[in-house]
Design a binder for this molecule. Structure first.
Ligand code: FMN
Length: 161
């Protein structure tokens, strides 16, 4: 797939097959993810692989679509509010690099905001000074939804003098 095809065909996956995703592949996609732009090379991301015990405690309504792999992506705070914001933005780039690298090999992700709640952070053992960017189900798709239409970019443009 070309990069454009990968970007355009990617979908959030809500139902996964039980087939495992090999850890070598996960590491390849994580290494690609880490090539994300990040200001001052803070490399703010950290990844927690979530085991069955912790997953059960998270008590997600669909069990993350039964994804065989579950991971939380954290972003470390910076020394200032601006650095913290930049770090979160860099970590979102990290996540999308991962999503696209995986998608190119037929593996999808489900991005969940579940850890926005304080009790879920506690379950994940997230220390002070970190944002949880998301909890991600990763696996081979059982179902791929139709694309959700986007507003034409022509409607989102502004030309400055
Ligand atoms: C920051 C962020 C948080 C998200 N949190 C959730 C979530 O909690 N639950 C959910 O079903 N989808 C979540 N999503 C996925 C979006 O719902 C999804 O990307 C959107 O519906 C567009 O679908 P697509 O990814 O297939 O194009 C999240 C996406 C982002 C970027």
């Amino acid at each position: 797939m070309s990069i454009l095809e990968t970007i355009k065909s990617r979908r959030t996956i809500k139902k996964f097959k039980t087939d495992p995703v090999h850890s070598e592949k996960l590491m390849t996609w994580l290494e690609a993810a880490a090539m994300a732009p990040n200001h001052r090379m803070t490399e703010p991301w950290e990844v927690y692989f979530i085991g069955q015990e912790t997953r059960a405690k998270l008590n997600h309504k669909t069990n993350f679509g039964n994804a065989p792999v579950l991971m939380a992506v954290l972003s470390k705070h910076g020394a200032t509010a601006l650095e913290t914001e930049e770090n979160a933005l860099a970590t979102a780039c990290f996540v999308q690099n991962f999503n696209l690298a995986a998608w190119e090999e037929g593996v999808g992700t489900f991005w969940s905001s579940i850890a926005a709640a304080a009790n879920k952070r506690e379950i994940l053992g997230v220390p002070e000074g970190y944002d949880v960017i998301g909890v991600f189900g990763v696996g081979y798709p059982e179902e791929i939804s139709e694309p959700k239409p986007r507003t034409p970019m022509q409607n989102k443009l502004k030309e400055l003098p």
